[in-house]
Design a protein around this ligand. Sequence first.
Ligand SMILES: [Zn+2]
Length: 123
Amino acid sequence: MQGQVESERGEQLGFSDALRGYGYPIHERDGFRCVYCGLDGTQWPNWLFLSWDHLLPKGHPLRDDPRYIVTACRFCNEACNRTQFSVDGRTPEEIIEIKKKAIAGVRDAYYRFWEEKVARRNG
Ligand SMILES: [Zn+2]
C-alpha cells in the first residue's frame, strides 16, 4: 500500500513505510498502543516496534478493511501468526480477545526463558 495517507488531523503523510505512512492512521486510531500487550508507542523507542496486524486470514474478503487491522507490537504480531482459530461471525473486538489470550501464553513462556537465560546476565 502506497501513496498519500491522511492522519485524523488531516495532515498529509508523504511516507510509504508502515510507521509514518499507511500504518499511521491505524496506530493513531489505537492511540499508538499495542492492542494486545499495551506497549506504548508514544514513548521512544517503543514506537519503532509498532506494526499493523491483520485480524483476518489471507483470502478473507474483509481482510483489508481497517476495522480488521489493529496496532500490534512486533512481538505480539508474530507471537500468534500461526495460531488457527475460527474468525467467522466474530467482531474485531472478539478476535482481539482471543488473540490476546493466546499471545499472553506465548509471552509467559518467553518470560520464563528470559528470566532463566537472559536476565541474570546483568546481575
Ligand atoms: Zn504487544
